[in-house]
Design a protein. Sequence first.
Length: 82
Amino acid sequence: MKTEIESKLKEYIVSNFFSGDPNSLTTDTELLTSGIIDSISALEIVDFIEENFNVEFEAHEVDKENLNSISTLSDFIIQKQT
């Protein structure tokens, strides 16, 4: 399940925000701190997650702790789905 979620997230991020070699984007690549995504694209990712994974972010959950890597995003999704 986690691998499938990470795959969908990576595909979305590569298609919309990442301009480098897709193979260099790992599940642990820091998205916010490295500048791959900014505050606007973070909100777009939140929207994508809510629409595609049937989870809802609370305002306080839209932060670096949950959004900084594909791995943390997938952990958040799994936590919200259980």
